[in-house]
Design a protein around this ligand. Structure first.
Ligand code: ATP
Ligand code: MG
Length: 158
């Protein structure tokens, strides 16, 4: 589907904002300009849902979650950032592996299967993008992903 990414992203963020039970603050830094992407909206929704659920799950009470994206080289670079517990350096590269969870004890109490980010990576790569994480233990985690965008909606019809 051909969708305006700004609106699509905002709608997902708003859905979480209405339903979240934890005391976390959402901060949105989204460009005013419209950017169109040609995506499988169900799959991209699943990807973003998992990233946001993780950010909430691993955030402290009163934590901030930041949403933003920037544009360069015909790619959107999306970032979702939390100031939660973070991930030890030696484990950051593995969180996109199937069934990988940083700490079994902590993982057990948090629920989940460890598949969310592995699926996210598959789906982002299928859309021609990349996904990665930057994290510091005790400071927070940022998940980045890229997606190719179309200059404007008419481009598809030519
Ligand atoms: P599932 O998504 O299948 O319910 P999950 O959330 O444990 O389970 P992933 O979403 O794949 O699995 O994440 C893998 C692991 O990466 C998590 O178990 C957690 O240890 C770590 N992780 C992911 N996001 C964050 C984050 N925002 N802050 C800290 N750790 C994170
Ligand atoms: Mg998850």
């Amino acid at each position: 589907d051909f969708v305006e990414f700004n609106k699509f992203f905002e709608r997902i963020i708003e859905r979480f904002e209405m339903s979240k039970s934890q005391n976390v603050h959402f901060i949105k830094l989204l460009p005013e300009t419209s950017y169109f992407v040609d995506i499988d909206t169900d799959k991209l929704t699943q990807v973003i849902d998992n990233i946001i659920s993780n950010a909430i799950k691993y955030s402290p009470d009163g934590g901030n979650i930041r949403f933003g994206f920037t544009v360069s080289n015909n790619m959107l670079k999306v970032m979702i950032s939390d100031d939660g517990m973070g991930i030890p350096k030696e484990n950051v590269g593995r969180i996109f592996d199937r069934f990988y969870r940083v700490d079994r004890a902590r993982a057990r109490s948090m629920g989940g299967t460890g598949l969310g980010l592995a699926i996210a990576r598959e789906m982002i790569e299928a859309h021609g993008g990349k996904i990665w994480a930057e994290s510091e233990e005790g400071v927070g985690t940022t998940i980045f992903f890229t997606l190719p965008y179309a200059e404007d909606e008419t481009e598809d019809w030519e």
